[in-house]
Design a protein around this ligand. Structure first.
Ligand code: 0R9
Length: 646
């Protein structure tokens, strides 16, 4: 808008300042300018289309990832209005794109329910894009308006008549803002759209990836679920042994709507319960989740007592007992959601707790009475969880009497650091004694502790907590970390804020890493949430001058694919020998220090769970006791196994 100087007025200045502020501090609006923030741009636009679907005017959303890293989102709704905005005196569509927080507030009454985590609106996408093109169809006429770095480039103009309906937005993320990467990750987008389609029954979301990869066709995937969150629960439990058909309840009040779907499996895990508010995954929980949990625990206890499955002398089932093996989706849609918590993903609306609690109590009690066979399986499983928990506590007490879990008696193999400041301290979990020995010599004693792992680690996914505790490797891990486990787990007691898995760059190393990640995911997930878990990146090749007397490594290579390009660039006359490191033990302490352990120069991968549903499925498929899903997973991912991680 800066170009149209003859019409420059006070509201224009305000507009410019608004979007300039977004460009100056993008993190405040989209979280980061890394890959997460980049993908957030897409969600922000798709959320607008989903709002139109929730209002009942649209049932198809299409998304294209173009080869030049631009994105198009199209919906078949009413089209963004083009009439002059009464206050701003420019077309409403231009207001929506150029004024901060202008979102749904401008559409007359606005939307009853609106998604979007930050709710910042599409103007933020405009501010952070080098170019945006918007097409909107109103009364059979198609209009276009374009923007350049957030400023109007071509004013709204009609481009023709059409029988179609809807809005189409294309944007090019600004390379000056997204300096880390401009590349969209297909799976990240696909997982989010799958989730959205589950949460909005019947809504069709089509994702097209137009980026051509050698020898591969263009990818198009359609997400549409006539069963909504019931299909979501089936998806979470795919390949698991289930105890009941998915149960579904819905309730409505003047505050909003509640939908719940749930199904128990034979699994030991308790972290497949996901709660959403206005399509946002409320990772930090909140009132809807509290209401749900209370209802499940109470109802199962009452049923178990009334049927004599729990006797008078027996203790009550705890929430964890009742939820062991449970997969559930709680989805609430509210007119005025209050998001709280550190990451604004905790629902605060108190009126929602009784709404969910009553719906689940009534619905579940009725289900149990009407379906005695699955009801018995569900309650018996919870009663077994109670017994296993009591047995695990006894095992823990016995091991503690022996002094094993106690942090006063740290494991003998641990070479601890001298600092007691957890925030500055780190522990390397190292595969094998020989690498452990090198690491102990290499480390900075003040801040770096080394725990060598001898022998195999149990697969906790199959063994359960009780048996895992009797494994020396697992108990020394728990003691060294200091948080305890199970009911007594306390993340604040972690003795290190960087827990670094350092295994060999071979198949065995990958297996051990996988077992350790499964352990942290199942029993210490809060350490992953807090960002305490890391994976070390040792080099896999070293380049050495031919006939070198000193044997000095001139250059380290960390990535198989980088070897040939590095050789081509660095070694054209062929004067280097390539040494392949099969294990950490092949490096001397100085080499291990400079390549993998020195904070100033090393690379660490921080483990995070972007997509809880996907993580849960992958862990159960890969680590659980059913062979068939694992086989299918490995066949499907055989080609990209280098990039596989949770
Ligand atoms: C491709 C992504 N889709 C959108 O961004 C999109 C926004 C949008 C919309 C309305 C309809 N479809 C949309 N798609 C709309 C229309 C009307 C009222 N409210 C919303 C109407 O016809 O009266 N809008 C979102 C905000 C606005 N429109 C508004 F502020 F301009 F009204």
């Amino acid at each position: 808008m800066a170009q149209k100087s003859e019409h420059y007025n006070a509201s224009d200045i305000q507009v410019l300042e608004g979007l300039e502020a977004v460009r100056k501090r993008p993190g405040m609006y989209i979280g980061s300018t890394g890959p997460r923030g980049l993908h957030h741009l897409v969600y922000e636009v798709v959320d607008n289309a989903v709002d139109e679907a929730l209002a009942g005017y649209c049932d198809l959303i299409e998304v294209w990832i173009h080869p030049d890293n631009s994105i198009t989102v199209a919906d078949n709704g009413r089209g963004i209005p083009v009439e002059k905005h009464p206050k701003e005196k420019i077309p409403t569509v231009e207001v929506v794109l150029t004024i901060l927080h202008a979102g749904g507030k401008f559409g007359g009454e606005g939307y009853k329910v609106s998604g979007g985590l930050h709710g910042v609106g599409v103007s933020v996408v405009n501010a952070l894009s080098s170019r945006v093109e918007v097409r909107t169809i109103r009364d059979g006429k198609e209009y276009e308006i374009t923007f350049d770095h957030g400023k109007t480039k071509t004013k709204l103009h009609e481009i023709g008549k059409t029988k179609h309906k809807g809005t189409k937005v294309t944007f090019w993320p600004d390379p000056l803002i997204f300096t880390e990467t401009l590349e969209f990750d297909y799976d990240t987008l696909a997982n989010r759209f799958r989730e959205m389609a589950f949460l909005n029954k019947g809504l069709k979301i089509v994702l097209h990836d137009e980026r051509v990869r050698e020898g591969e066709p263009e990818v198009t995937e359609t997400f549409q679920y006539s069963g909504g969150i019931v299909d979501f629960v089936k998806y979470l439990n795919d390949g698991k042994e289930t105890l009941n058909k998915p149960i579904y309840f819905a309730a409505e009040s003047e505050d909003g709507t509640v939908e719940v779907a749930l199904q128990w499996t034979t699994s030991y895990s308790t972290n497949s319960v996901m709660a959403f508010a206005n399509n946002i995954n409320t990772h930090e929980g909140g009132t809807h989740l509290d209401g749900f949990k209370q209802a499940i625990t109470r109802t199962l206890n009452e049923y178990a007592r009334s049927k004599g499955i729990l006797k008078e002398k027996d203790a009550n089932l705890t929430g964890d007992d009742a939820r062991e093996g449970l997969a559930a989706i709680i989805s609430v849609k509210l007119h005025d959601p209050q998001f709280e918590g550190q990451t604004k993903t905790k629902l605060g609306n108190t009126e929602i707790r009784p709404l969910v609690q009553n719906a689940v109590t009534r619905g579940l009690a009725e289900y149990l009475e009407e379906n005695p066979a699955p009801a018995k399986r569900i309650v018996t499983k919870a009663a077994q969880a109670l017994k296993a928990r009591e047995a695990a506590r006894k095992a823990r007490e016995a091991t503690r009497r022996k002094g094993v879990l106690d942090s006063f008696s740290l494991p003998g193999k641990l070479a601890d650091c001298s600092s007691k400041e957890a925030a500055q301290s780190e522990i390397f979990i190292v595969e094998g004694d020989s690498a452990g020995g090198s690491a102990k010599q290499a480390r900075d004693r003040q801040y770096q502790a080394i725990l060598p792992l001898r022998g195999k680690i149990l697969n906790v996914e199959r063994a359960g907590l009780n048996r895992s505790l009797s494994s020396e490797t697992i108990s020394s891990l728990i003691t060294a970390i200091g948080t305890s486990i199970g009911e007594e787990f306390d993340a604040d007691k972690a003795r290190y804020h960087r827990i670094i898995i350092m295994t060999d760059a071979d198949v065995d190393g990958a297996h051990i890493r996988c077992l350790l990640l499964t352990f942290f995911y199942r029993y210490m997930p809060e350490l992953i949430d807090r960002g305490y878990i890391y994976i070390a990146q040792p080099p896999i090749f070293g380049l050495k001058k031919k006939n070198s007397r000193t044997g000095k490594i001139e250059r380290y290579i960390y990535d198989e694919r980088a070897l040939s390009s590095t050789l081509a660039e660095y070694d054209d006359p062929g004067k280097f020998d390539v040494q392949r490191y099969k294990g950490l033990g092949e490096m001397d302490p100085e080499q291990l220090w400079e390549t993998t352990m020195e904070p100033a120069t090393r690379t660490l991968l921080q483990v995070s769970i972007d997509d809880a549903a996907e993580a849960e499925r992958v862990v159960s498929e890969l680590m659980g006791d059913q062979v068939e899903p694992r086989k299918e997973f490995i066949q499907k991912h055989a080609h990209d196994v280098r990039y596989l991680d949770i």
